[in-house]
Design a protein around this ligand. Structure first.
Ligand code: ADP
Ligand code: MG
Length: 326
């Protein structure tokens, strides 16, 4: 039976890792769907518009302009950007600040943003000073008028942990609403939404990688129908300084990459945006606090913990019901 395995994106450049998994090597339904006139163009337009709004890698994106805007002023932003920022803020509250889109200056300092990689851990004084600009409570939203206000000039928003999921939702919406396509799978940088059946007339089967950096092997296979899935891991995207691995998941309370033994978290949710953000939130929270949080909110998750080189799985909610059995 056909199954699909996605690598998590190593690049954090949203503009690079956004793509529709077009299954060119695939025959049947999926390819037929993509040959509908205009569909590729529509998808490209959708992704381009997400990037033009939410990428920090595009200097004149809406988000880049917001990041440069003056503090203490209400700024009007587009509906999509508002939607993503307000969902991010909700998850920040629920995750006790583990998820925080204002962590951007630290992401950049550690070399995971649209800047050069670093060779040394940054000086603690620099971390401390940038932390003054970090904190989701320093960002205010006016839900009615769709306005945003920053408390400090140095607040810099990074949507890398949620925008890919949002892009998946948007592409899925275009496929369904504009083209009435019911059988598809969309993937952007490792975040996925699958619906209906694949080319072999079966429910989509998606592989979750074993969280090891040098191999691409499957830990689990998931049956995914009308559901989104996102994974955040420490095993692919990290920097190596003097033999020590530093994760791209930054603890917004300390300004340091997380150091625990949680190798990856996979979250299932009807909205890929939500799955994406929670995967990062839980990864940052770590194996104990993260698991507690997932249970508290009834999230469907798979935690893979690295216990001295062997992997231990923990599932919450209904996750186990999605395991493919054969
Ligand atoms: P990927 O980018 O591999 O899909 P994630 O969805 O987990 O992985 O997003 C990780 C990215 O999110 C980091 O590279 C960084 O840009 C940003 N980030 C890091 N720490 C946090 C955090 N605590 N809260 C929100 N975003 C974060
Ligand atoms: Mg994420």
């Amino acid at each position: 039976m056909r199954q699909y395995i996605f690598k998590k994106s190593t690049g954090l450049v949203i503009s690079c890792c956004i793509f529709l998994f077009a299954c060119d090597h695939n025959t049947g339904q999926q390819s037929v769907s993509l040959s509908v006139p205009g569909i590729k163009h529509s998808i490209k337009q959708t992704l381009d518009s997400v990037n033009a709004s939410m990428s920090t890698y595009i200097p004149d994106s809406e988000l880049s302009r917001l990041n440069q805007a003056a503090p203490h002023t209400w700024i009007s932003i587009s509906d999509p950007l508002f939607k993503v920022i307000s969902e991010a803020q909700k998850i920040s509250v629920l995750s006790d600040g583990a998820f925080d889109i204002t962590v951007g200056p630290l992401v950049n300092l550690w070399g995971f943003g649209p800047v050069d990689q670093v060779n040394l851990p940054p000086p603690e004084a620099r971390i401390k000073s940038l932390l003054e600009n970090v904190g989701f409570k320093k960002l205010h939203l006016d839900n009615h008028k769709k306005l945003v206000m920053k408390d400090l000039p140095g607040i810099y928003i990074d949507l890398s942990a949620i925008a890919k999921g949002y892009a998946v939702d948007e592409v899925a919406r275009v496929l369904e609403n504009k083209y009435s396509i019911q059988n598809y799978m969309v993937e952007v940088g490792g975040e996925i939404h699958a619906h209906g059946i694949n080319a072999t007339a079966n429910i989509w089967r998606i592989g979750i990688e074993k969280p090891v950096s040098n191999l691409r092997t499957v830990e689990r296979v998931i049956n995914l129908d009308n559901m989104a899935m996102a994974t955040s891991g420490n095993y692919r995207n990290y920097i190596d300084i003097d033999g020590i691995r530093y994760s791209h998941a930054i603890d917004p309370h300390t300004g340091w990459p997380v150091k625990h033994h949680l190798a990856s978290v996979t979250v299932l949710h009807p909205q890929c945006m939500v799955a994406d953000a929670w995967a990062t939130a839980l990864l940052v929270s770590g194996p104990e606090a993260g698991l507690q949080m997932a249970r508290r909110y009834g999230l469907d998750t798979l935690f893979i913990v690295n216990d001295n080189g062997s992997f231990r799985e923990e599932v919450t909610g209904k996750f186990a019901q999605y395991f493919a059995r054969d």
